[in-house]
Design a protein around this ligand. Structure first.
Ligand code: C2E
Ligand code: CA
Ligand code: CA
Ligand code: CA
Length: 277
């Protein structure tokens, strides 16, 4: 039994060493990745449900890792949050998004906006308003060109600072999307205190809209209505889900049924093909 215990300890030590090594590698790789421009934003259409028409795109990051190929965010965002690199990464991605809208603006597409996912740790920081203001100035962005998606847990933990930040952002027309709504805190008291604009119903709720209604979706929609908030349903994959939602008071949708996240040139083509329809 003693030797089994010892070999277990050895096993744990090895595992731990491997984990630490992996983490250190990713930390290192993230740093280089930012420097070497290995991150690319993809853009997924957000559309009106009444008449499927794109109103904005959500920017979603992909990492062209030199050794591991195309890496999706769930494999590195949580680590970047742990190491604190998320702030630098967020800033880098905000700048990529700003550049993209500016480029679209330069070819006459001025009514489209991008939503950018931002870690709440970064959002609820004193520098954040200045950083956004700098981007609007540097890229001469139109009002509302960039909007932000944040999850509710981070907002609630930093309610005072978050409220200040949201007010500071309002001159730029930055809209605030509350991401993954319904999956985090159930305390709703903060909702009418915060100047939030849009709720995004988490895709786990939308995916349950198969043969029957999901009462939670109805509850979120009526809550939003009474608080005068707009709603995006994310993760719409089937025509059935689309129909169910458009029969309700849900303004916007997003999901593979209409489009996967697209590279910038494809996103532009998507917009242009829609304009000739
Ligand atoms: P999220 O913000 O909730 O993003 C929605 C995720 O759902 C995206 O995964 C998107 O590709 C996926 N999706 C969209 N439509 C459908 C659908 O119809 N069905 C299904 N099954 N999935 C759909 P993705 O791109 O892998 O991103 C995962 C998460 O990583 C995001 O969740 C977000 O929390 C984070 N993330 C992505 N990009 C960024 C970024 O630029 N910055 C930060 N801080 N986080 C990001
Ligand atoms: Ca999001
Ligand atoms: Ca989401
Ligand atoms: Ca999510």
């Amino acid at each position: 039994a003693k030797s089994a215990g010892r070999s277990q300890i050895r096993y744990f030590n090895n595992e731990m060493r491997k984990k630490l090594k992996q983490q250190a590698d990713i930390e290192n790789d993230l740093q280089n990745g930012i420097k070497n421009g290995e991150f690319e934003l993809y853009y997924q259409p957000i559309f009106t449900l009444a008449r499927p028409r794109v109103v904005s795109f959500e920017s979603l990051v992909r990492w062209h890792h030199p050794k591991n190929g195309l890496v999706t965010p769930d494999d590195f965002i949580p680590i970047a949050e742990q190491t604190g690199q998320i702030i630098e990464l967020d800033l880098h991605l905000l700048e990529l998004a700003a550049k993209q809208v500016a480029q679209w603006q330069s070819i006459g597409i001025s009514d489209i906006s991008l939503t950018v996912n931002v870690s709440s740790r970064h959002f609820a920081s004193l520098e954040f308003v200045d950083q956004i203001a700098n981007l609007y100035r540097a890229y001469d962005l139109h009002q509302g060109a960039l909007s932000l998606e944040i999850t509710e847990s981070g907002l609630i933990e930093n309610l005072n600072l978050a409220t200040k930040v949201i007010h500071g952002l309002s001159p730029f027309g930055v809209k605030l999307y509350l991401d993954d709504f319904g999956t985090g805190y159930s305390a709703l008291g903060y909702l009418h205190q915060l100047p939030i604009h849009i709720l995004k119903i988490d895709k786990s709720f939308i995916q349950q809209l198969t043969d029957q209604d999901n009462p939670l979706v109805d509850a979120i929609l009526s809550l939003a209505k009474s608080l005068d908030l707009e709603v995006v349903a994310e993760g719409i994959e089937t025509a059935k889900q689309f129909q169910t939602l458009s029969g309700k008071a849900c303004q916007y949708g997003q999901g593979f049924l209409i489009s996967h996240p697209l590279q910038a040139d494809q996103a532009l083509a998507f917009l242009q093909s829609e304009q000739v329809k």
